[in-house]
Design a protein around this ligand. Structure first.
Ligand SMILES: Nc1nc2c(ncn2[C@@H]2O[C@H](COP(=O)(O)OP(=O)(O)OP(=O)(O)O)[C@@H](O)[C@H]2O)c(=O)[nH]1
Length: 240
């Protein structure tokens, strides 16, 4: 297939002008014709170049906007993959990942908590009220652990709070404050009855296995449930 020369007309005009220049004694009208032709093609080239430049500027702006939108969508996807969409807390996968990262560098305490008799709340007041209770509970967790802990929703009505660098004793004290922040004041979405939670607290050394610490906290939580609920137990108070 023969190649199309986009500048065929311009090349011909240039060739004719060169031919005139090469003549030993050209006729002035030949100069004039060649110059006119060159002026016409040169003007045309300038107009087309301006159009192309402005089109390419527009395309670049559109591409930049598309790139920014793509980045925004990718950030949104990343956020959704790591957060629980009911509460905005980290989801189970993300909070476990964060725990592993923390334990690579420092020790930490962790609190697991579970809303007491949550099934009854759903059964008596409906699932939407149950959802509202979960949201309001996370809002209270945020107010209490703001800046100190990382909140994750690890199950339907079960949450974990990572407390990087915090020893077991202050973590138990903090869990007591969270317990009080939940049980101490009726929920706006459920004024008819109090909401309470049970807590288990454990401590993990730097470099240790998070799953094992989580199991110890879970055992303590189980003990808190068995001992009457609305209370805090730590791995040190677990009796087996
Ligand atoms: N509204 C709502 N309910 C949920 C959600 N996820 C789990 N649940 C409910 O949470 C309830 C958990 O009930 P159980 O595991 O029996 O525990 P519980 O009633 O809280 O009792 P204890 O933990 O022993 O105090 C179940 O009825 C689930 O359907 C959710 O996202 N929204």
């Amino acid at each position: 297939m023969s190649k199309v020369d986009l500048f065929e007309q311009e090349a011909l005009a240039l060739q004719r002008a060169n031919d005139v220049l090469a003549m030993a004694a050209p006729d002035p009208s030949a100069y004039r014709t060649a110059l006119q032709e060159l002026v016409q093609h040169y003007g045309q080239l300038m107009r087309q170049s301006r159009r192309l430049i402005s089109r390419s500027d527009r395309t670049e702006r559109e591409l930049n906007q598309l790139n920014a939108r793509l980045q925004q969508l990718s950030d949104e996807l990343d956020y959704k993959a790591r957060h629980d969409n009911l509460t905005g807390a980290l989801n189970r996968g993300a909070v476990f990942e964060r725990a592993h990262q923390v334990l690579q560098k420092s020790p930490m305490s962790l609190v697991v908590l579970d809303i007491d008799f949550f099934k009854r709340i759903n059964d008596e007041f409906g699932h939407p009220t149950g959802d509202a209770v979960i949201r309001e509970l996370v809002a209270r967790l945020r107010t209490t652990v703001d800046g100190v802990g990382v909140i994750g929703r690890v199950g339907g009505e079960e949450f974990t709070i990572l407390l990087p660098g915090m020893a077991l004793e202050p973590a138990v004290v903090l869990a007591g404050r969270i317990r009080q922040a939940i049980a101490g004041e009726r929920f706006g979405c459920l004024p008819a009855r109090p909401v309470t939670s049970s807590f288990g607290v454990a401590w993990a050394t730097a470099g240790s296995d998070f799953e094992q610490a989580y199991a110890r906290a879970d055992q303590a939580l189980y003990q808190a449930k068995r001992s009457g609920r609305n209370r805090v137990e730590s791995e040190e108070t677990v009796t087996g």
